[in-house]
Design a protein around this ligand. Sequence first.
Ligand SMILES: [Zn+2]
Length: 167
Amino acid sequence: MLGQDAGKAARLLLEQFWKPGRFPVDPVYLAKQLGINVVKADLPEEVSGALLKERGKDPVIYLHSSDSDVRKRFTCAHELGHYYLRLGEDTYESVDLRDKTLSAAGNNSDEVFANNFAASLLMPEDEVKKRASLSKLELVKFFGVSGEAMKWRLKNLGVKHEEFEVE
Ligand SMILES: [Zn+2]
């Protein structure tokens, strides 16, 4: 199943380059370990992020310079998911539009993979389950994510938390 592959890829990346137990995870640091440049740019307002690879060059992740740090972190992790989907290809371009980066990605399988990858990278399953008794505020601070991202991660892992209501 694609979602499990994303979780596995994220776990392997953490095992390879990230010190265990250190949070929040820094997706920009991890991108650099993979040889990806991360650039903040004045993207069009409707664009949240992009991944670009030109022939013979290193891939580049573009983040929206006016987005919050929490948002940039998730977008960067999401673009890393796209990177894994294109591994081995010499040129590619993937542009993400705003408001389609979380649950709303629907059934586009690339977006589902990238979102699962981002969630697994920033909020590893074991760590979330270990800390499920923390308050909402403590959780989002610990993992460096939005309440919305945390909510969906808890739901997808089947972890109940009274401060996170999922309709
Ligand atoms: Zn995407």
